[in-house]
Design a protein. Structure first.
Length: 338
C-alpha cells in the first residue's frame, strides 16, 4: 500500500517531534511538505526529513502531494488551517487546541458536518497512553462500581515567563479535561478554579499552583491540582474512587533503587518522555486510519469544541475569584455520537 503523504504546518517543538515520528517510528507515512511562518525553520525541517517547503498553510493544504495535514502551529492559527483542510476534503490531525475560541471550534464542527464525513482529529494523546487505557477498561468494566470522585494532579517542573495564568487551564488542564470526559464517558457541567498560596518559584505574574474543581452531568466531582513550577519533575496523577473500589493511573515504569541509605525511583522530567509512546500510538493509529480510507477514531472536532468551552469556563472562574461557572455546551449532534 502506498504511504500516506503528510504535510506539516508548523516546524516548532512538537512539529519536529511529530515529523521524526512519522518518518522513523510510524509505518506507512512520509512527510512530503512543510511550512512555517519562520522560513528558516521550515527549511531546516525540510532538509532533515526530507520534504519540500511551501510558503503558506493554504499552499500546503492544496498541494497534490499532500494526502493528509498535520497542524502543529500556534493555537490561534489552528482554525484557519483545519478549515482549509476540511474544505479540501483532506484528513487533518490538529494539535490541541482545536481552536482558541468556542466560535471557531463550532465553525469547524459545522464545516465538517457539511462535508458529510469526519476528517478532523485533535491531538489529545493521553487517550493513547497504556495506563489511561487500562484505567478506562477498569472503569468501563465496572471494576470500581459507579465512579464518585476523581483526584488528579498535573505537575510540570517549571514554566517559562511566557506561560500565563489562563494557560493553566488552556494549555495544561485541557489534557485532564479531555481525558476525564473520555474516561468517565460523562460531560463536565461546571468548573471552579481556586488559588492557594503561590509558590515563590514562579514568574511573578503567574498564579501557580491552581486548584480546579469540576462536576460532571452524573454528579462525579473531580479535583485537579495544576502546579507548573513544582521543581521536582513531570508528574501526572489520577485516582478514580467508585462505589466498590479505587483505580489509580500507574506511574511510568522505573527502576527501584536502594543505595546510600535511600530507596527511590527517578521521576521523569517532561511530557515528551512521559507520553512518548502515547504520541507514537496516536500517530500510528491516525496514519493507519487514513491509509484505510476510514474516518478518524480519535478525539473529534466535537471533543475539541467541548474542551475549549470547558477551559473557557475554568478561565472565567479564575478571573472571577473562584466563582463556580456553568459549562454552556450545545447539544451534541448525532454526527458525533460515540
Ligand atoms: P512552537 O512555538 O515550538 O512551534 C510552533 C511553530 O509554528 C513555530 O515554528 C511557528 O513559527 C510556527 N507557526 C505559527 N503559526 C504558523 C502558521 N500560521 N503557519 C505556519 N507556521 C506557523 O510551539 P509547540 O510547543 O511546538 O506547540 C505547537 C502546538 O502544539 C500548540 O498548539 C501546542 O498547544 C501544542 N502542543 C501540544 C502538546 C501535547 O502534549 N499534545 C505539547 C506541546 C505543544
Ligand atoms: C504543554 O503544552 C503540554 O501540552 C503538556 O502536555 C503539558 O503538561 C504542559 O503543561 C503544557 O504546557
Amino acid at each position: 500500500m502506498a504511504s500516506v503523504r503528510v504535510g506539516v504546518i508548523g516546524a516548532g517543538w512538537i512539529g519536529l517531534d511529530h515529523m521524526r515520528r512519522l518518518t522513523q517510528v510510524v509505518p506507512g507515512a512520509e512527510v512530503t511538505a512543510v511550512t512555517d511562518v519562520d522560513a528558516e525553520r521550515a527549511a531546516q525541517a525540510a532538509a532533515r526529513f526530507p520534504a519540500r517547503t511551501l510558503p503558506t498553510g493554504a499552499d500546503l493544504v492544496a498541494a497534490p502531494d499532500v494526502d493528509a495535514v498535520l497542524v502543529t502551529s500556534w493555537g490561534p492559527t489552528h482554525a484557519e488551517h483545519v478549515l482549509n483542510a476540511v474544505a479540501a476534503g483532506k484528513p487533518v490531525f490538529c494539535e490541541k487546541p482545536l481552536a482558541t475560541t468556542a466560535e471557531d471550534c463550532l465553525r469547524i464542527v459545522k464545516a465538517e458536518m457539511a462535508s458529510g464525513r469526519r476528517l478532523v482529529q485533535v491531538g489529545f494523546m493521553r487517550r493513547y497512553d497504556a495506563g489511561y487505557r487500562e484505567l478506562k477498561d477498569v472503569i468501563t468494566g465496572n471494576g470500581i462500581g459507579a465512579p464518585l470522585m476523581v483526584h488528579c494532579a498535573h505537575r510540570n517542573a517549571g514554566a517559562p515567563a511566557s506561560y500565563t495564568s489562563p494557560m493553566a487551564a488552556q494549555d495544561t488542564a485541557v489534557h485532564e479535561i479531555d481525558v476525564l470526559r473520555w474516561l468517565l464517558d460523562d460531560e463536565i457541567v461546571s468548573a471552579q478554579v481556586l488559588t492557594p498560596r503561590a509558590t515563590g518559584r514562579r514568574h511573578p505574574h503567574l498564579k501557580d499552583p491552581q486548584f480546579m474543581l469540576f462536576e460532571t452531568a452524573r454528579g462525579v466531582r473531580i479535583d485537579l491540582e495544576v502546579f507548573v513550577n513544582c521543581q521536582y519533575g513531570y508528574d501526572i496523577q489520577c485516582e478514580a474512587v467508585g462505589e466498590t473500589g479505587v483505580a489509580r493511573l500507574p506511574d511510568p515504569a522505573a527502576v527501584s533503587l536502594r543505595s546510600a541509605g535511600r530507596h527511590g525511583r527517578a521521576v521523569l522530567q517532561d511530557w515528551q518522555h512521559r507520553f512518548a509512546s502515547a504520541f507514537d500510538t496516536e500517530l500510528r493509529e491516525w496514519v493507519a486510519g487514513v491509509a484505510a480510507g476510514g474516518e478518524p477514531q480519535g478525539p473529534s472536532a466535537w471533543d475539541g469544541y467541548a474542551a475549549t468551552v470547558i477551559t473557557d469556563a475554568a478561565v472565567e472562574s479564575l478571573e472571577s475569584d473562584g466563582q463556580v461557572v456553568n459549562v454552556d455546551l450545545q447539544d451534541r449532534p448525532v454526527f458525533y455520537s460515540p
